[in-house]
Ligand binder design. Sequence first.
Ligand SMILES: *[C@@H]1O[C@H](CO)[C@@H](O)[C@H](O)[C@H]1NC(C)=O
Ligand SMILES: *[C@@H]1O[C@H](CO)[C@@H](O)[C@H](O)[C@H]1NC(C)=O
Ligand SMILES: *[C@@H]1O[C@H](CO)[C@@H](O)[C@H](O)[C@H]1NC(C)=O
Ligand SMILES: [Ca+2]
Length: 475
Amino acid sequence: MTRLTGLLYGLAALASLTTAKPVCRDESTKFEAEDAVLSGTEILTTQSGFSGTGYVGGFDTSTDKITFTIPSSSTKLYDLSIRYAGIYGDKKTTVILNSGASTEVSLPSTDFFSTVSGGQILLNEGTNTLEIVNNWGWYLIDYILITPSAKREAHNINTSLVNPAASTEAKTLYAYLRSIYGKKILSGQQDLSYANYVATLTGKTPALVASDLIDYSPSRVAYQGNVSQAVEEAITHHQRGGLVSILWHWNAPAGLYDTSENPWWSGFYTRATDFDIAATLADPTGANYTVLIRDIDAIAYQLKRLQNAGVPVLWRPLHEAEGGWFWWGAKGAAPAKALYHILYDRLTNVHGLNNLIWVWNSVAQDWYPGDEVVDIVSADVYAQGNGPMSVQYNELVVLGNDKKLVAAAEVGAAPKPDLLVAYEAHWLWFCVWGDSFINNAEWNSPAVLTEIYNHDYVLTLDEIQDWKTIGAAQL
Ligand SMILES: *[C@@H]1O[C@H](CO)[C@@H](O)[C@H](O)[C@H]1NC(C)=O
Ligand SMILES: *[C@@H]1O[C@H](CO)[C@@H](O)[C@H](O)[C@H]1NC(C)=O
Ligand SMILES: *[C@@H]1O[C@H](CO)[C@@H](O)[C@H](O)[C@H]1NC(C)=O
Ligand SMILES: [Ca+2]
């Protein structure tokens, strides 16, 4: 016991003689909202069913908040739940821990007091503050409940790839990935040039490089010719012992507006094309279906070059579908999933691409194309502060039933390893986006990046040189 905890226990014992002041230890601890510090908010009692002597309402301006003081006997991870009443409809609140990381929590409409998860919080030994700040406002807070997080159970990752004909290279990589999952995180960077920038900045080269097949899209080749070097760059990184992930900003096969606002090269955005994926899939004999398949075949040609060069690929097609900002997600979940199945079938069964490890890239249950076509589940997370992204990690563990590896396929800010460990957010890799993110101190300061890249928990290119040996030994 440190002096500080000794002091806290002493204070808590003293307090318990007067009014019992809660301290977070090994059981659930309740903090009544009406006992916290209120700013712009007020104690109310008219809505029945509250705990303690009342609840807090009056969230109507942006700075209105409740500030809880939360002593903890040790540095430890807790689950936060919030008891509230949403009698004015669906709302959102913002939770801020120790004046730092903030999380948005949805408070669905209710007729009475009920409980919602506020995610996890890492409390420091000693005193912590937790603020519940207005956001949408117009909700009632009864109390918060803080419970030590259960230790994460051992993962149960499927030992097979979904493609029964997967190549030895793909199987070897998958076996290696399983061997490190939950123990280390692979560092990753979008674009070879930015990976080399990271090496210069931090002294360490990313283990994984992601390349974009965007410029092989036939509707771009039509404008600019064959200019892409993405496959060559992926092979370069593979040949120096690195891992390769491939995504594809698929410029729509047809229907580009090509205006000054929405030029041809932005044709992967929903706003830049009227190409309708639902209508296209509804008519497999139509001309639009033909150009859709033409595009898949053009991309298969590039993936085949990687296969011929012995490169196993972490293949992440149709990314961020659920956002709707790309045309493949613009008509909802059903056509996006159908298109994914067409891609899987054509690349695997027609083109014989057995070097692909299939990475799905959305957290939503409704959009999930199915266990039989997905090897790895992933999310793209853009949030400043180099946090562990534990909310999305936990969602993906549930989505893949903890049988699928989980990756942070695109991030704005590289996560701090100590937080990944504390939150047990076992992302297999992180991959920072290139321009405006890796080279932008607001997202990734050189000092923090250097610390991350030199951390024990983070695997860099020099530390994965034996991945084939390790993987092969597990086959
Ligand atoms: C593991 O994956 C294979 C291939 O997709 C599948 O056939 C099998 O049912 C999966 N096993 C479990 C336990 O989920
Ligand atoms: C681009 O490359 C592809 C594949 O090699 C080829 O079929 C196509 O004709 C080329 N297009 C142009 C415009 O050079
Ligand atoms: C095919 O797609 C184009 C471009 O989006 C569109 O203008 C056309 O109406 C579509 N054709 C059919 C038959 O739906
Ligand atoms: Ca209360």
